[in-house]
Design a protein. Structure first.
Length: 432
């Protein structure tokens, strides 16, 4: 049955996307509060990085389990649990006065955050056609960017005026209260999603293996890995200290630079989604062009002598943020080549890519700074990860193309006919 995007579809998506906006806000809230956190908890760079690393580790570890939970119970229940859990985590962070309690709070936040995006993708798969799916994912990322935008200048001002406890207490309670609206979601246009059988560990491994046997799933993983890590590690944690301590900007100016990143992402997301929705065959061309450009941008940060002009910093940070909406291409590729009952698992596999890379990058920068390295030397860590991601993306792009051409030669219909540059979503290629 053809999925139509009617008023109900947009209403369900709109209700769910607010949870994702809250997740992005909570995820990025430590970015502009990082220097204040060092004073509140009495920690150095390495320990500060552990806050984000722990949160991202929990997030990454939960991606495949979240996909299975969504496939088992439906997105409504998982999104409701996510909103409540994030609210509890942020309330704990508001009242935390010791480093261990702060770590626990960020872990709880990571647990709730992990359940949002995959659930939202699963909901979108049920309500929107394959052609419109890329646009919806890009719109989701763009609106998530509004949560990130609130976590820059507005959060800086609120922390200055209201203080740590009041700021995070209000945002945590508001998130938990939003569960009253998520309970009104419907898993599918027809109602609750069919419940799958209880999942055993052997079933989990079999499901993941079936997903990974499809080259496009691995391509989606490495696209997410390569495009997302560098801009995310800047916006999530280390961009603010880098701009203030290494580049000598004021806190307000640094927040504004990070705000430009978010604005570029918000504006570019729907545009990129519209383009790849209409011409999905050019998705990987866009990814390749960005990665080549990103290498040059990162080289500027590493090689520029002395402090960079603020205008140039703003341009570099703004252009790097294009990697965030482009990382959504990984999800659309995995969605195209996996059956609906495994979209949650496939999306989880892809999401691990970017967040695993971000976790390693954040940890590596923190350790390098803790060992006395300069910010310039510490930024080599995400540069190396980007190089790894570019290499593996190229490898799996070639293998995925070969799989598509082989299927076409056998007379099978595939989701994207690369050579003909046209869209055909009637039949999905299944390699399992």
């Amino acid at each position: 049955m053809r999925v139509r995007a009617g008023r109900q579809a947009w209403l369900m998506w709109g209700t769910a996307v607010v949870v994702y906006m809250a997740a992005v806000f909570h995820r990025g809230s430590l970015g502009v509060a990082s220097l204040e956190a060092t004073r509140r908890f009495g920690v150095g760079p390495a320990a500060l990085g552990t806050f984000t690393v722990l949160q991202l580790l929990v997030y990454s570890a939960m991606q495949v389990p979240t996909g299975l939970l969504v496939d088992r119970f439906g997105p409504r229940k998982i999104l409701t649990a996510a909103a409540f859990t994030m609210g509890v985590g942020q309330v704990l962070f508001a009242i935390a006065s010791s480093y261990p309690l702060g770590l626990l709070a960020r872990a709880v936040l990571g647990f709730g955050d992990a359940m949002t995006f995959i659930s939202l993708l699963r909901l979108a798969s049920a309500y929107f056609s394959a052609r419109r799916y890329s646009l919806v994912v890009s719109l989701t990322a763009a609106l998530g960017g509004l949560g990130n935008l609130v976590a820059t200048v507005p959060l800086t001002l609120l922390l200055h005026e209201a203080g740590w406890t009041a700021t995070f207490l209000v945002t945590g309670l508001a998130t938990a209260a939003y569960t009253l609206l998520t309970l009104r979601l419907r898993d599918t246009p027809a109602g609750p999603a069919p419940r799958s059988a209880p999942v055993r560990l052997t079933d989990v491994a079999r499901n993941v293996r079936a997903t990974l046997r499809i080259p496009a799933s691995r391509l989606g993983f490495w696209v997410h890995f390569a495009t997302m890590a560098a801009p995310t590690v800047l916006s999530l944690l280390w961009g603010f200290p880098y701009l203030v301590q290494a580049q000598g900007l004021s806190a307000e100016t640094a927040s504004s630079v990070l705000g430009v990143m978010v604005i570029v992402m918000i504006v570019s997301g729907p545009l990129i989604g519209g383009v790849i929705g209409a011409r999905p065959a050019i998705r990987m061309i866009l990814v390749a062009a960005f990665l080549m450009f990103a290498v040059g941008l990162w080289a500027l940060l590493l090689l520029w002598p002395g402090r960079m002009p603020t205008a140039l910093l703003t341009v570099v940070f703004g252009l790097m943020s294009l990697g965030l909406p482009l990382s959504a291409i990984g999800f659309s590729i995995a969605r195209d080549f996996n059956p609906l009952h495994r979209v949650g698992t496939a999306s989880g596999v892809v999401n691990v890519g970017g967040f695993f890379a971000t976790t390693v990058a954040a940890l590596g920068i923190g350790l390098a700074l803790g060992w006395g390295a300069s910010f310039r030397l510490a930024l080599v860590v995400p540069a190396a990860l980007m190089a790894l991601g570019i290499w593996r993306t190229a490898v799996w792009w070639r293998r995925a193309r070969a799989e598509v051409f082989a299927a076409e030669a056998r007379g099978e219909t595939v989701p994207v006919r690369i050579r003909a540059h046209r869209w055909d979503a009637k039949v999905k290629m299944e390699a399992a």
